[in-house]
Write a protein that binds this ligand. Structure first.
Ligand SMILES: Nc1ncnc2c1ncn2[C@@H]1O[C@H](COP(=O)(O)OP(=O)(O)O)[C@@H](O)[C@H]1O
Ligand SMILES: CC(=O)N[C@@H](CCC(=O)OP(=O)(O)O)C(=O)O
Length: 314
C-alpha cells in the first residue's frame, strides 16, 4: 500500500510539490551574486514623478525597495514630482515654465513645490513603504541641513538667466541619512534645500539631488526610474536604447541631450565620477523594474560605468 493510500503525503506527491517550487528556488539562487555584491551597500533610488503613473506601479516600487532592504542593502529613496507640481500650480492658476530643464520657481510656486513634494508625494511613498513595517522616514533636504544650496542661474545663449528659487547644491551633510540607515530605516527624501546665503528654501531638481546624495553617501549604485526605457541614442527619432556607456562616452553625448534627460544624465555623470559604482536609468513604467535589475547583469535600461573597470566588469 502506498503512503498516499494510507492518507500520508506520499513520496510521489512531495516530489511533485518540490518540482513545482524548483523554478522559484532557481530564481532566488540566480539573484545571489547580485545580492552578495550589494550586501550592506547603499543604493540610491530616484523615483521620477513621471514614473508614478498608477497605484499598482507605486505599490510595486515600494515592494521592491522593501525587498532590497530585507535582503541586506541600504536603499535611500529620492523622489520627484514634476507632473504633480504642474497639476497643483494649474489648480491654483499659477503658470509653470521650464528653462534649461528647470522649473522657473517664484516664491509662490516654491510654496506649492514644497507642499506637493514634502506634503503629498513623499507622504504617499512613506505610507506605501510602511505598509511593510516601520521602515520609511520622510525628510527634505532642509532637515538636519542635509542639502544646502545657493541660487542657481543657468546660462542660456551665453547669458545668465534668473529662474527664481532654483537651487544649486553647495553642500551635502549625510549625517541624518546615515543615522536612519544605521537604525534600519529607509530614508525618503524630497529635493528641497535651504540656502546658507539668504535662508530661503530652494527647489532642486530631483535627479540632481539624488546624484549628489549618492556621491556623498558613497553609494554602490544610483538607479533613476523614469518614463522611458533608458537613454535613447537619437531621441526623438529612434527608440534605440544605449544599454551601457562610460563616463567619457556620456560626456561627449551631453551637448546633444535635451529636456528632462539633461539633469538625469548630468547626475549620472557626477555620481559615477564621484565614485558611485554604476548609475542606471530604468523604465519605471515596468512593474518591479528595480528587481529586474537584479536578474540581468547588463541591466534593462542604460548603465553608466567608470572609464576604467577593474577586471573589466561593471
Ligand atoms: N535622449 C533621450 N532619451 C530618452 N529620453 C529623452 C531623451 N532626451 C530627452 N528625453 C525626455 O526626457 C524625459 C524624461 O525626463 P523627465 O520628464 O524629467 O522624467 P522624470 O519625471 O522621470 O524625471 C523623457 O520622457 C523624454 O521625453
Ligand atoms: C528645479 C526643478 O525643476 N525642480 C523640479 C523638482 C521635482 C522633480 O525634479 O521631479 P521629477 O523628477 O518628477 O522631474 C520641479 O519643480 O519639477
Amino acid at each position: 500500500m502506498s503512503d498516499e493510500k494510507a492518507g500520508q503525503p506520499g513520496a510521489s506527491g512531495s516530489t511533485a510539490r518540490k518540482h513545482t517550487a524548483l523554478p522559484k528556488a532557481q530564481i532566488l539562487i540566480e539573484a545571489l551574486p547580485w545580492l552578495r555584491r550589494h550586501n550592506g551597500k547603499v543604493v540610491v533610488i530616484k523615483f521620477g514623478g513621471n514614473a508614478m503613473i498608477d497605484e499598482d506601479l507605486k505599490a510595486a516600487f515600494a515592494q521592491d525597495v522593501v525587498f532590497l532592504h530585507q535582503a541586506g542593502l541600504k536603499p535611500v529613496v529620492v523622489h520627484g514630482g514634476g507632473p504633480q507640481i504642474n497639476a497643483q500650480l494649474d489648480k491654483q492658476g499659477l503658470v509653470s515654465e521650464f528653462k534649461a530643464g528647470l522649473r522657473v520657481t517664484t516664491p509662490e510656486a516654491m510654496d506649492v513645490v514644497r507642499m506637493v513634494l514634502a506634503g503629498q508625494v513623499q507622504r504617499e511613498l512613506v505610507g506605501l513603504l510602511n505598509q511593510h513595517g516601520p521602515l520609511a522616514v520622510g525628510m527634505t533636504g532642509e532637515d538636519a541641513r542635509t542639502i544646502t544650496a545657493t541660487k542657481h542661474s543657468p546660462e542660456i545663449d551665453g547669458e545668465l538667466i534668473d529662474i527664481g528659487r532654483v537651487g544649486e547644491i553647495t553642500d551635502v551633510d549625510t549625517g541624518a541619512i546615515e543615522a536612519l540607515l544605521a537604525d534600519g530605516r529607509i530614508p525618503v527624501i524630497s529635493s528641497i534645500a535651504r540656502s546658507a546665503d539668504d535662508h530661503h528654501v530652494y527647489n532642486v531638481n530631483a535627479d540632481t539631488a539624488a546624484a549628489a546624495l549618492a556621491a556623498s553617501l558613497g553609494a554602490e549604485t544610483l538607479m533613476v526610474l523614469t518614463d522611458v526605457e533608458g537613454l535613447y541614442a537619437d531621441w526623438p527619432h529612434s527608440d534605440e536604447v544605449i544599454s551601457r556607456l562610460t563616463v567619457s562616452e556620456l560626456q561627449k553625448l551631453m551637448p546633444e541631450l535635451s529636456s528632462g534627460m539633461v539633469p538625469k544624465m548630468e547626475g549620472c555623470l557626477h555620481a559615477v565620477r564621484s565614485g558611485v559604482g554604476t548609475a542606471r536609468v530604468l523604465d519605471g513604467r515596468i512593474p518591479h523594474s528595480i528587481l529586474l535589475e537584479i536578474f540581468t547583469d547588463s541591466g534593462i535600461g542604460t548603465m553608466v560605468v567608470p572609464d576604467q573597470q577593474p577586471g573589466g566588469a561593471a
